[in-house]
Every structure is written in C-alpha cells, then in structure tokens.
Design a protein around this ligand. Structure first.
Ligand code: IMP
Length: 200
C-alpha cells in the first residue's frame, strides 16, 4: 500500500520511514509531487492541524495520507512557540533563525526553569474516511547554545538530561527511541499492523 506523508520536511520523513520500517507500505512525501497545493495550518492545536492536512490531501489525492503536526512547548514561555514553532522567527524564517530567536528569548533564564516538551500528533486518513490519531511527547530542556549536527529544527538546542546530550547528537535510531515522534510512530505502527491484516 502507498501512503503519502503530508510533509515537505525531509527530516520528518526520514524519521517516519525509520519508525514504520517493516510494514508492507511505501511512503512518499509531498516533494514527490509537482504542483500540489499548500494548505494553511490555521488550527488551534497540533491535533487540528494534523487532521486538517491529512483530510485535505487524502481527499485531493484519493490515497491514504499520514500527517505530522509537531512543535516545541517551553515552560517558561507558557507553552510557546507551540503550534507556531515553524514560524517562530517571523517571515522568511529558517530552522536556524528559529533556534537563534529562542536562545535569545531564553537569555538569563536559569537551568531549572528551562524545561520544555516536544509534542507530536500523527493523523492518518484513508480515502474511505477511516482515521487513526496518535500522539507522543518528549521532555527535555532548552540548552544555552547549539550542540550537534543531527536531526532538524530545534534539536541542537533541546537538551536531554538523561542522556547528557542534545537531540541533535543522537543517531536517527536513538532519536526515534526517545522522541515525541518516535513514541507516536510506535503507536501508529501497532494500529497500522492491525489495519493491514484486516484488509489483506
Ligand atoms: P510543522 O511542520 O508545521 O509541524 O512544524 C514543526 C515545527 O516544530 C518546526 O519548526 C520543527 O522544526 C519543529 N519540530 C517538530 N518536530 C521536531 C523535532 O523532532 N526536532 C526539532 N524540531 C522539531
């Protein structure tokens, strides 16, 4: 079965491929298609945005679609940037600019108040209307500078005290073992295994 992953983020796609390895499915990202419309992520939660993307592209392509909506919630910022994580640095932003802005905003905040969570919602929508929704989260804290070159987004400034490393210092396999997305993917894999058995 082909499943379209409603993302242009190759980092997310790599993690999703790794997390769902072993299932009899083929995953394709939106970069695989030409002239596919963009939709506005104007929901008020990760769940709303993930479902909106999955429902829209499943209808548009008449194929099963998996969408990830995720982001970083910082305790000292009352959960910001949250659903605005991708746009935190303003117009024309980049992962690097988002990280720089967050480090600046967190200047002077002491270690005990630098707690944060990554959150991920995965929504899978089939053309017949069936839906699967799962979520995962991961606790850590905001570092004081960028460390590591792996992962994507905020990984180089997301410090995991249990490992004494940032998320960007972990291999893909290690990241999936502990991350918000890895946890959600293990739940999705179980549901998909059952679903694939039913339709075989
Ligand atoms: P989305 O693609 O609209 O869901 O935006 C996700 C935002 O959260 C982007 O800014 C990502 O960089 C950030 N984000 C989500 N998951 C991760 C992760 O696993 N590591 C680092 N940043 C992440």
């Amino acid at each position: 079965m082909d499943i379209i992953v409603a993302t242009r983020n190759e980092g997310k796609l790599r993690e999703i491929r790794k997390g769902l390895k072993g299932l009899r499915i083929r995953l394709k990202g939106l970069n695989h298609f030409h002239n596919i419309p963009k939709i506005e992520e104007d929901g008020t939660s990760f769940l709303e945005n993930a479902l909106k993307k999955a429902r829209f592209y499943s209808k548009y392509l008449s194929q099963p679609v998996l969408a990830d909506d995720s982001g970083l919630e910082v305790d000292a910022l009352k959960g910001a940037p949250g659903i605005f994580s991708a746009r935190y640095g303003g117009a024309g932003t980049s992962d690097k600019k988002n990280r720089e802005k967050l480090l600046k905003v967190m200047e002077g905040v002491p270690t005990p108040r630098r707690g944060a969570s990554f959150k991920c919602v995965l929504a899978m929508v089939f053309p017949d209307g069936r839906e699967i929704v799962v979520e995962g989260s991961c606790r850590g804290r905001i570092g004081f500078k960028e460390v590591g070159r792996g992962g994507f987004g905020y990984d180089p400034i997301f410090f995991l005290p249990r490992y004494g490393k940032t998320m960007a210092e972990l291999s893909l396999q290690e990241k999936n073992r502990v991350s918000h997305r890895g946890k959600a993917l293990r739940k999705l894999k179980k549901s998909l295994e059952r679903f694939l058995k039913e339709i075989e």
